[in-house]
Design a protein around this ligand. Sequence first.
Ligand SMILES: Cc1cc2nc3c(=O)[nH]c(=O)nc-3n(C[C@H](O)[C@H](O)[C@H](O)COP(=O)(O)OP(=O)(O)OC[C@H]3O[C@@H](n4cnc5c(N)ncnc54)[C@H](O)[C@@H]3O)c2cc1C
Length: 361
Amino acid sequence: MIQSRGFNINTQNLKQEYDYIIVGQGLAGSCLALELREKDKTVMVFNDPTGNSSSRVAGGLINPITGRKMVLTWRANQLFPFLKYFYRNAEKKLGIMFFHETPIYRPFISVKEQNEWYGKSVEANFKPFVKEVVTKSEKEQVVADPFGGLLLNGSGYLDTITFLEAVNNWLKTSDMLVNEKFDFDSLNFINGAAVYKNIKTNKVVFCNGVEITRTNYFEEVKFRPVKGEVLKISINPALNKVYNRGVFIMPRDGNHTVGSNYNHKDLSWEKTENGREEIETKLQSLLLKEYKVVGHKAGVRPSVSDRRPVLGKSSSNEQIIIFNGLGTKGVSLAPFFANQLANNLVSGTEIEKEVNVNRFY
Ligand SMILES: Cc1cc2nc3c(=O)[nH]c(=O)nc-3n(C[C@H](O)[C@H](O)[C@H](O)COP(=O)(O)OP(=O)(O)OC[C@H]3O[C@@H](n4cnc5c(N)ncnc54)[C@H](O)[C@@H]3O)c2cc1C
């Protein structure tokens, strides 16, 4: 019998043993579970079904060129080929489609910008992501595009809810899921093993999004959560590609997802009138069609101060691991870095400095 944190643990009662416990089944936990199973490791995932999940709010957009200045997404040349391979593979394994390749059309704001993109579109970094530099307004005027726009390649979206539910079903039917809140007070460390209730494991990986900030773990990490809201709108007839300038308008499931905004102050998960107004104002300066708002959601992105993912082990306990910091681009980042973390856990390969949690220690 071992006394630990006020619990009496009879080690003979430890009924189950897994290589890894994963806490949280958003994009981070789902991608990591898939990667660890690919490597034949056993996992048990705890997911709080009533908990907030940024992944369930996300638009799911996969966008290689972003921001007002239209810059290449960080590490796009590595992330994008990998995410396509990853989600296509996951679709085969889970027997359902959730990864959709769709062009994104991004109107230019000036002739100067149009000219700049003639040059940039042939640069090695940008070339794989530029389908066409469009010099005239589209025939069917969907958005304001007096100077034409940039049509992107390699873009699309993940139907995040379908993906998360498919992973949830797969975990459930393979006895790898406990659909309940993980109680951090019941986690103990005994003779080199982590023990949670009657489960023994080598390591516990926290993939719990912004909820990590409510625990005593990884307090050195400079988390900087960012709230965001999305609208669901109907447009008749539905659009056939994603439009993006200030906001994105993404055709999805017969409707369209529009987003998003960024709020560092209000970190509640409540949708707000201000949020809706902010998104609609930008929408109206882009979209020329009639629309109707049919849905509205809010969530909090798990971001950190340097806007890079956070992977690796705790400074005080090698058995506690983090996979967090997916910020505004979880769909694009999660596959590549879940793979990097799984390689580190299973084979001891290095975690890159830029994403290693030890940059905060
Ligand atoms: C409005 C909005 C729009 C966005 N749009 C996009 C987009 O278009 N493209 C894109 O790439 N990204 C987008 N994002 C960002 C994306 O949602 C995040 O990067 C990503 O979802 C983070 O995933 P995660 O798994 O780290 O966290 P989460 O999805 O928050 O998952 C954490 C999980 O842990 C569970 N959990 C927490 N505590 C416990 C516990 N104690 N026990 C058990 N389970 C627990 C929660 O229930 C949840 O399921 C958007 C985000 C927002 C808010």
